[in-house]
Ligand binder design. Structure first.
Ligand code: AMP
Ligand code: FE
Ligand code: FE
Ligand code: ZN
Length: 289
């Protein structure tokens, strides 16, 4: 669904093998060109590892690249995702926080795999590590991939349903900053913080209006409104909320390659919204073709 049809199609949320997407950053960019997009943001979980390769590919393929991060946050055991557009990738506070989250993700992965192995599920830490790209952010999808490789499940979704969901006995959380701290850090790094998929298809409303307001006080600048996980009711609610709090409203696919059904460009962002994001950012710039 293109909410803003026309020559300029902008998708502001994608993942590569720098985190839990299944395609290299350059391949994601190539797929974006094939999908007819003029601009994409690469927003891997807790890392800027894919930026350089994606930037080279964007220049080579003639599309614009918005460099971003999807920052994992947590409050009272609830996981919240914060998109950060155009931050300074060398900001010491942000760099340290992302490194801390990635390290904790590694330990947590080992603990989840240990619990599963103790229960007779035939996977090892090595088999899961083999699914994680060099230096990439490790996550549950990589455990899912190891289960697929071992022939235990057919695809990631089955792995999540049977073994990896938030309610699973094998679930272990990882360190992630409070969203207020994350918003402040992203702003300190000159980035534009936007709450990702505030409603979940399975968990319902993830981010309460009161928390959105609290985050606005901390410097939040936007809400992802158009997203596969949002019901029509969620879209209406978030549209109104963005309007009343003077936040930018984005739309995006949350593409993970073959790891999820989400297709590039299935939701898009208005050109005027991207212009606003660019004018609010001071940490880095859009890569131009
Ligand atoms: P983690 O960040 O390690 O807790 O894992 C969460 C990630 O798993 C999300 O970013 C999604 O990309 C992915 N994920 C969650 N549910 C599913 C699912 N049912 N199928 C495929 N990927 C999923
Ligand atoms: Fe993901
Ligand atoms: Fe997310
Ligand atoms: Zn995402």
């Amino acid at each position: 669904m293109r909410h803003y049809a026309g020559a300029v199609a902008i998708d502001l949320h994608t993942h590569s093998s720098a985190s839990d997407g299944t395609e290299a950053p350059g391949v994601v960019v190539q797929r974006a060109v094939e999908a007819g997009l003029s601009t994409i943001a690469l927003t891997d979980h807790d890392t800027t590892l894919g930026w350089e390769e994606a930037a080279d590919a964007a220049r080579a393929h003639g599309i614009r690249l918005v460099r971003g991060i999807e920052v994992s946050c947590s409050r009272r055991h609830q996981s919240i995702h914060l998109l950060a557009y155009l931050p300074d990738p060398s900001h010491p506070g942000l760099v340290a926080e992302l490194a801390r989250a990635r390290e904790s993700r590694d330990t947590r992965l080992d603990r989840m795999v240990g619990k599963m192995a103790d229960d007779g599920i035939d996977i090892t830490v090595d088999s899961v590590r083999a699914e994680v790209g060099d230096g990439a952010t490790a996550g549950r999808p990589h455990i899912a991939d190891a289960l697929v490789t071992a022939g235990i499940v057919a695809h990631r979704d089955e792995a999540f349903r049977r073994f990896l969901g938030n309610e699973s006995r094998y679930y272990v959380s990882h360190y992630a900053p409070d969203p207020v701290r994350a918003v402040e850090l992203v702003r300190a790094a000159g980035g534009v913080p936007v709450i990702a998929h505030a409603w979940s298809a399975t968990r319902g409303r993830v981010v309460a209006d009161a928390l959105v307001e609290e985050l606005v006080s901390a410097g939040l600048l936007g809400l992802e409104v158009h997203h596969r996980d949002h019901t029509p009711e969620a879209v209406r609610h978030l549209t109104d909320l963005a309007r009343s709090l003077d936040l930018v409203a984005t739309g995006s696919s949350d593409y993970h390659g073959a790891g999820k059904l989400n297709r590039l460009g299935e939701h898009t962002t208005a050109p005027a919204v991207l212009e606003q994001i660019e004018s609010l950012a001071s940490g880095s710039v859009v890569v131009e073709p």
